[in-house]
Design a protein around this ligand. Structure first.
Ligand code: HEC
Ligand code: HEC
Length: 142
């Protein structure tokens, strides 16, 4: 397999990947839908499972439906478009990060990213997975 050449230096690549993932989590997919009117739903997660399940609930169709296939085809087109636009902006020296982690990430990571108790590493909305637990901090006032 041929080696994949890096388009940008590592630091910039991380900025571009962060931008892509942050946009992906907030974007209401699918924008590209040439065949019919599908609902557009933001997933608040980079996980396919979470994104698709929320969309299925909103659309009221089954996971093996043609609508679901169209939704994911459209979402793939949306991601390709956004990525190309981002790389073109970078090539024109015009790339600016416009999306970032939701604010709750900073709040949680203030305690959990500092090497102290339950150190972790994450950039996605913590409440998406931990929010349904009983309050993990009964004695703390957030
Ligand atoms: C003020 C500091 C602080 C903040 C802010 C904070 N935590 Fe914690 N968290 C703790 C401490 C202290 C513990 C318990 C000590 C340990 O487990 O090491 C804990 C434990 C946890 C645990 C494991 C315990 C359990 O019951 O499952 C999870 C998961 C967790 N926190 C998630 C979060 C999330 C999500 C947020 C943001 C909504 C958050 N924390 C914000 C201090 C904090
Ligand atoms: C995609 C789901 C998901 C997201 C999003 C997520 N977590 Fe977790 N987290 C987990 C799972 C799964 C574990 C490991 C199982 C467990 O201990 O609950 C875990 C474990 C933890 C622990 C250690 C718990 C312990 O028992 O000591 C902390 C602290 C934590 N996460 C904080 C966060 C913070 C802060 C964020 C947001 C920046 C976050 N998580 C986002 C799924 C998630």
């Amino acid at each position: 397999m041929a080696a994949i050449g890096l388009v940008v230096d590592t630091e910039t690549a991380m900025q571009l990947v962060d931008e892509l993932f942050a946009w992906f989590q907030g974007f209401a997919f699918p924008e590209y839908q040439p065949e019919e009117e599908l609902p557009r739903v933001p997933g608040n997660s980079s996980l396919c499972h979470v994104q698709v399940t929320k969309w299925l609930q909103e659309a009221g169709v089954r996971q093996d439906s043609s609508e679901r296939s169209m939704r994911c085809g459209g979402a793939s087109a949306d991601v390709a478009k956004f990525t190309v636009e981002m790389l073109n902006a970078y090539a024109d020296n015009a790339f600016e990060s416009a999306h970032g982690p939701v604010p709750i990430v900073g709040e949680c990571m203030a305690c959990h990213g500092g090497g102290g108790f339950s150190d972790t590493r994450a950039k996605e909305d913590c409440t998406e997975c931990h929010g349904n637990l009983p309050d993990p901090h009964p004695d703390m006032d957030f």
